[in-house]
Design a protein around this ligand. Structure first.
Ligand code: MRU
Length: 384
């Protein structure tokens, strides 16, 4: 088994102290920055110092808990009555929710904490007890992520090996393609799609993990590259434009991606470029697998047209982040503009939606949703 202990850690906590690795500087500089307030957390999420649907929900929850805990320590009765607690925390949760719109995890975390608040008030608890409940629930949001990632990896990895065996293969020597970064940097640990890939590697079933660069933020070439290298998983990077060529010239057994929001009908929002890979996978009859916790399924949204898609600042699509090359002594981080200055007319959606009809399976911690024979619809009922 691979030693995953040395996997990268996106959020470090010690008591009320929170630090995140600044993902804008990876892979060349590993710098942990302190998150001392709700505003720090909001800024870190919005500016993508931390990113990945589960990781941003974890940071929001942990920052919320630390803020409340610090307040209580500074002045035990700063929130004496249930009404005061509500007045204090409701605007904080509403503010955190605005940091990024597409990933449902952030909204799910803030809604869950609101439900804890309402439940504790309804149970007649006093201010201190309500705060205690909120802090405990916020920690649960972050803590439960790793365990369910391992469950999903096992369900999805075993399912894929079986599919390959049923098609006459051995179920080993698997080549998979992934998009974006879905590993320990994007979650509280182990990862979603990258967790499945790690599981295939750990169980001797993986040959090679292919991954797209994932422009313009380069989650693939900056972050997934680093994670796969750190975990010693055999891997090959491709440019986003090479997916079709890869499928034409290599034996790829599956495309495995994460998700930021899954609609009730299975339509899935994920990093821009995921839809391109899904269309090409369908053309080449390659299984397309989405790996995401149950909390990513938004039953309030009927289909993909109802998923809010974040558009990032146009400038971000004009810039590349990295280190100077060739390396010089004390090589500084560089942000390089690759377009003519002042360029107008830039399209920069951060996510796209893959229609359910292109998805072979959605894997959650409860199991694998596929199609009943002869049906177009993904049968999500058993896994949400
Ligand atoms: O814009 P990002 O980097 O936050 O987008 C991340 C993704 O799209 C991931 O694939 C998704 O959050 C699922 S990951 C664990």
């Amino acid at each position: 088994m691979t030693d995953t202990k040395h996997a990268l850690i996106s959020i470090k906590t010690s008591g009320d102290k929170i630090e995140i690795v600044n993902q804008l500087l990876l892979p060349h500089t590993t710098e942990y920055i302190p998150i001392n307030s709700i505003d720090d957390a909001h800024f870190a999420i919005k500016s993508m110092q931390i990113r990945g649907a589960p990781a941003i929900a974890s940071l929001a929850a942990l920052a919320f808990a630390a803020d409340l805990s610090r307040g209580l320590k500074a002045q035990a009765d700063f929130i004496a009555s249930p009404e005061q607690v509500k007045q204090h925390v409701a605007p904080i949760l509403a503010h955190l929710y605005t940091a990024r719109p597409t990933a449902v995890n952030l909204g799910a975390a803030t809604r869950r904490l609101t439900a804890t608040l309402e439940g504790a008030i309804a149970a007649g608890k006093d201010g201190a007890a309500i705060c205690g409940d909120l802090i405990a629930e916020a920690h649960k949001v972050a803590d439960e992520d790793v365990g369910r990632n391992k469950e999903m990896a096992r369900w999805g990895g075993d399912w894929l090996a079986d599919v390959v065996k049923q098609a006459g293969g051995s179920g080993t020597g698997l080549n998979v393609l992934t998009v974006c970064n879905t590993g320990s940097l994007a979650t509280s640990g182990y990862g979603t799609a990258l967790g499945l890939i790690t599981y295939l590697h750990e169980t001797g079933k993986l040959a090679t993990a292919y991954y797209t660069q994932t422009t313009p933020y380069h989650q693939g070439s900056r972050l997934t590259a680093l994670e796969l290298q750190t975990l010693d998983i055999p891997s090959v990077m491709i440019c986003d434009t090479m997916v079709g060529s890869l499928f034409q010239h290599h034996n790829i057994h599956a495309v495995v991606v994460g998700a930021d929001r899954i609609a009730k009908n299975g339509d899935t929002a994920n990093k821009i470029g995921t839809y391109n890979a899904a269309v090409l996978a369908a053309r080449h009859k390659i299984p397309f697998i989405v790996v995401a916790p149950i909390s990513t399924v938004d039953l309030q949204v009927a289909d993909g047209t109802g998923i809010p898609i974040e558009h990032r600042p146009p400038l971000e699509a004009c810039l590349v982040r990295g280190a100077l090359y060739p390396p010089t002594d004390g090589a500084a981080q560089a942000v390089v503009m690759v377009t003519p200055p002042g360029l107008q007319g830039i399209y920069n959606p951060s996510f796209d939606v893959t229609p359910a009809e292109l998805i072979s399976a959605i894997v959650t911690e409860k199991g694998v949703a596929t199609r009943r024979p002869g049906e177009q619809r993904l049968d999500l009922a058993g896994v949400v």
